[in-house]
Each structure stands twice: as C-alpha cells, then as structure tokens.
Write a protein that binds this ligand. Structure first.
Ligand code: AMP
Length: 311
C-alpha cells in the first residue's frame, strides 16, 4: 500500500478561534439540496484564504485554509462533482457528511460545514496539523506501548460515543486516523460508516482490517469495530497488520481461521498480546467489549488518559 508522505506543514497552523456548535460554518445546504433558507449562512470560496495543499485523495485535494473573518484555520477538502458522479458515490458522500457533522467528540474530526460551486464540493474540516497516523507508522515502523495504548484508548472512547449514536465506522485504519497539533488522534473519513440499529449485510472496509463476519459476508454489527482495534493494536506494536499475506485470498483465509501469531521481535509485553488475543476473536459475543478494552490492565498501565502521547 504505497501512500504519499504528508506535505510540509503550513507556517501558522494553530487555530486562532474555535468554531462552536451553532456557528454559521455548520449551517449550510447539501450538494443535493442547494436551496437554503434566507437565515442560513452560505459559504463560498471567497470566505477562505487557501494555503498549502495537505494531500490528495481519490476524489480531490485537501488544502489548509483560513476563514477570512475569524482567522480560524481549517482543512478544505475539494471534491470534483464529475468524479462523484462517475463513481456514483452521491449517497455515500451525503451519508458521510451527515454523520460526521452530527458527531462531537475530541477524537473525531469535525466537519464544520460545506458548500459547492458548479464543479466542486468543498468540505470545511477540522485541521489535523499532525497529518496521518499512517505517516508516523511508516516513519517509526512500530509505536511504543505507551503511544499504542493511548491511541487504542482514544479510539475505544470515540467508538463508545459512535456506537451510542448507532454509528458503526467499519473502516478504521491508519490512513483514516489523523493527529492534531497536540498529537491527539482523530478519526476521519466516515465514508464507509453506517447509522443503523439493525445488523448490516454490506461487504465493505479494507481487507487487512476486516472482521471474519465481514470477510464471510455475514450480518455484522458494532463488534466489527472492536475487531479492528485488535488489528490496529497489533499493527501499532509489530509494524504490520496480523493477517497480512501475499494475496487477498490468503489474507481472507488467515482472517477466517484467526491465524494469529506474535513475532519474537519487536519485544511486546504479555499484557498487550493478551488484549490483542481477546479482540481478535471470531465469536462476536466473546470479543472484548469497548468498556472492557478501556479497563484492560495494559491500557490502565500504559495509556495516557489525556489522549496526548508523543513518545
Ligand atoms: P483524503 O482525501 O481524505 O484521503 O485526504 C487526502 C490527504 O489529505 C490525507 O492523506 C491527509 O494527509 C490530508 N488530510 C485530509 N484531511 C485532513 C485534515 N482534516 N487535516 C490535515 N490533513 C488532512
């Protein structure tokens, strides 16, 4: 999986003012419904000074930008309508925007609002100064137990919040995790998430992080996110996902069999391995709950409850 390293940081990335709930950036129309009531603020490109590019995704680019009046620094994601049409992802995008706008958690990237012109859709996102966690993993290969535990705790807390709101993320992976200016982890990209009380049947997500019930195309629920925390915890500590294989077919098989083994190096504590083993469990009713993850001895011993750990 070749991924570009994040672009250099902008000179003045710190937010100078916070956009809070109720601020006008949140009120806007959707790309599918351009009509708006007179009292809602309509954002346009003129409201922003555009800075350096932060990266490029499948459907467009992301720039650091500053709202002219408040000087508030955001990330502006520019999506091309033609691309959205070509890949027929209107509904997915709309769902992503609705879900992400409604979520308020320190470990979930805020989507403040959006606007559009003839050709493009602009998403006004919280700026994650630290870039992708993926970049950090590639640089350091593996993370310290303290840092890994801090991120797993942050993720578990964010997922408790999501699951309480009936949101299953389904696509948690290092590329979808960003870091803010303090090093706090932020879940971004709700493109595959779904809001539902019922079991789901859609096959989705990224291969290495898929739970057995997803691989086998069975009905699935919140427990798929808990499995992913086990995969991530393993990858944080060993530098590779646990079921990596030459071919997709082999990865599928390893996942279904829960073919889990721990390499001798790097040296990882028995408590960390215990947590991973209790998360990578095929029977969803026996898979560790988010609450139990947060109470696990390895988390209690290593995680920084502030969510900030830079070593
Ligand atoms: P995406 O289209 O979401 O995959 O984003 C492309 C790249 O832009 C990502 O790989 C990140 O490095 C960067 N990026 C996306 N969103 C943000 C953000 N809110 N803050 C900082 N960088 C971002």
């Amino acid at each position: 999986m070749a991924k570009r390293k994040p672009e250099p940081e902008p000179e003045n990335p710190e937010p100078q003012k916070t956009l809070n709930r109720g601020d006008s950036a949140e009120r806007d129309t959707t790309p599918e419904n351009p009509e708006e009531s007179p009292e809602t603020r309509k954002w346009s490109l003129n409201d922003f000074e555009i800075g350096k590019p932060l990266g490029r995704g499948k459907f467009g680019r992301v720039y650091v930008a500053r709202e002219v009046k408040s000087k508030y620094v955001v990330a502006l994601k520019v999506l091309f309508k033609k691309q959205i049409e070509k890949y027929n992802i209107h509904h997915q995008l709309r769902r992503e925007m609705e879900i992400q706008t409604s979520l308020r958690h320190p470990n979930i990237l805020r989507l403040y609002g959006w606007f559009h012109d003839e050709e493009r859709i602009f998403l006004i996102l919280e700026y994650a100064h630290g870039g992708e966690l993926y970049g950090l993993l590639r640089e350091n290969t593996c993370l310290t137990e303290k840092r890994a535990a801090t991120y797993i705790l942050s993720l578990a807390q964010a997922l408790v919040y999501c699951h309480e709101k009936d949101v299953i993320h389904r696509d948690i992976k290092p590329e979808n995790l960003l870091l803010d200016h303090e090093g706090r982890l932020k879940i971004a990209d709700f493109g595959w998430s779904v809001q539902s009380k019922n079991k789901r049947h859609t096959m989705c997500g990224t291969l290495d992080y898929l739970a057995p019930e997803l691989v086998q195309n069975k009905a699935h629920d919140y427990a798929v996110d808990n499995w992913t925390l086990g995969v991530l915890c393993y990858e944080f500590l060993f530098g590779v996902p646990p079921f990596e294989a030459e071919s997709q077919k082999d990865t599928f098989q390893r996942i279904v069999k829960v073919d889990l083994s721990f390499p001798a190096t790097p040296q990882v504590s028995a408590e960390a391995k215990d947590l991973i083993t209790k998360l990578l469990v095929k029977d969803t009713s026996k898979r560790l709950s988010l609450q139990k993850i947060m109470e696990h001895p390895w988390i209690i011993k290593n995680a920084d409850p502030t969510g900030i750990c830079n070593n």
